[in-house]
Structures are given as C-alpha cells and as structure tokens.
Design a protein around this ligand. Structure first.
Ligand code: ZN
Length: 255
C-alpha cells in the first residue's frame, strides 16, 4: 500500500495569505503545506481521504487520472470545499463514490445541492456522486480491503479516522475514547494531527500528539494538519523522538 501526502497544512494552509511570519516566508518546500489530505493506493485501487479547497492542485501535482472514491473525515471547509473539482473524474468515470458519516453527507448535500440532483433536473456539466454512509463499528469494503472507521473527537464534533490494514489516518483529533484507540494500537504507520506548540481547543498540539503516539504505539508516526506556528519543518523534525516524523507535502510512504 502506498500513501501520498497530498496536503499537510492546517485550515489556512502554509503560507497564509498576506502573512509575514518567518515560516510562511520560508524557501524550504517542506514548509509549503496545502490543506490536509492523503491518497491511499494498493493494487489497482486509489482512494483519497478528504477533498479540501486544494483538491484540484493536489490531483494535478500528484498526476492522478482516476480515483475509486473519496472518504470524508468530517464536514469542515478545509476537508470538503474541493468537491466540485471531481468533475474531470466524473466525466471519465461517472458518479464518484463518496464515503462519510450521515451528518457529513447531509452537509455536503446542502453545500453542493446541484451535485446531488438526479435525472433531467441535473445541470449539464455538474458532477455526480454515489453516497455511502459510514457507520462506526461497520468496516467499509474498498477494493477487497476492510477499512475500519475510527471515531475521534474534534472538541465536540465527531470525526472519522480510517484504518487501512496496517495504516491509520486520524486527523482533527483532540480526544479519542479508549475503545477507539484499541482499533489502531500497534499499526505500522500512524498519521495524526499536531497543530502547533500551544494548546488548542479542538486539535492536538505537539506534546499531546506525542502522548497519543505513546498510547497507540505505531512503528512509525507522521504528524499532519500543521500550522505555521509549529515552526520550521527542519527544526521541528530534528527534535522528534525516533520513529516520529513531521509529514510534508508530496511525502510518500509504503506500508
Ligand atoms: Zn481540519
């Protein structure tokens, strides 16, 4: 299984528009972060987790010409606002499967009503989707793989993480119940959010993310959903314990 980090930034991305923060002005390509998303590929299958405002640029940058579906973690704009840009995939492949919590499917229908219209009423050129509801406790069968939803909390908002075999992707986490932690304990590769150094009401900061890694005990951990306030990639990376890394855009790992 190959994982490509399509974006590793927090909601505004890095650089932030108009910012003169040193991290936003950095020349290091690892300090340029699009909105958070990953692509997971195995065999002939290709799935993307979340579809934020940078989706078009991410698909072009990664040279993607076909996707089997999009899994959503939650409805926040940085995870959903690129949905209209599935059009090139829709024109070639037909309706694109989307997987999300029932609440998130409802939010998408409200924000993109024209995508969810069927039959003659549909505007020509509008994309189409096939909706699949994700329910906690029920694995989703994708390309012969059982993908396990993992319930995490983003302050008071429920968010889905996903486990694909020995790979787990958890973003926008602040807390996780013990029984949900058990679903991902000991994976080979864990991706989890680490926003910045200071605490935040709905995201793990660096210290909390490191504690979460101690609880989950993956072979390797990669931090994502990173703010400019975490610091320069190169400086933060060298302070991390063995087996723990900051992810960066275009990073690929094989699990
Ligand atoms: Zn987010």
């Amino acid at each position: 299984m190959k994982i490509t980090f399509l974006g590793t930034g927090t909601s505004q991305g890095i650089p932030i528009i108009g910012s003169d923060h040193p991290v936003c002005l950095s020349d290091d390509p690892k300090d340029k972060r699009l909105r958070v998303s990953v692509m997971v590929e195995w065999g002939r299958y290709c799935y993307v987790i979340d579809c934020g405002p940078d989706f078009r640029q991410q698909m072009l940058r990664a040279g993607v010409s076909r996707i089997d579906g999009i899994l959503f973690t939650h409805e926040h704009a940085d995870h959903t606002m690129g949905l209209d840009d599935i059009r090139p995939f829709f024109f070639r492949q037909g309706d694109i499967p989307i997987y999300a919590h029932q609440r998130v499917l409802g939010e998408l229908r409200q924000r993109f009503p024209y995508i969810f219209v069927n039959g003659k009423e549909k505007y020509p050129g509008a994309p189409g989707v096939r909706e699949y509801e994700v329910v906690n406790g029920k694995p989703v069968l994708l390309g012969g793989m059982e993908v396990i939803p993992v319930n995490v909390m983003h302050n008071r908002l429920q968010v889905f993480g996903y486990r694909f075999g020995d790979f787990a992707y958890l973003t926008d986490v602040k807390t996780i119940a013990e029984e949900e932690i058990e679903k991902v304990v000991g994976v080979k590769a864990l991706v989890i959010n680490a926003l910045r150094l200071k605490p935040h009401p709905s995201h793990l900061n660096l210290e909390e993310a490191l504690q979460m890694v101690e609880r989950i005990k993956p072979e390797k951990a990669y931090f994502t959903h990173i703010s400019h306030m975490l610091g320069f990639h190169a400086e933060v990376e060298k302070e991390l314990p063995p087996g723990v890394h900051l992810a960066y855009d275009n990073l690929q790992i094989v699990v």
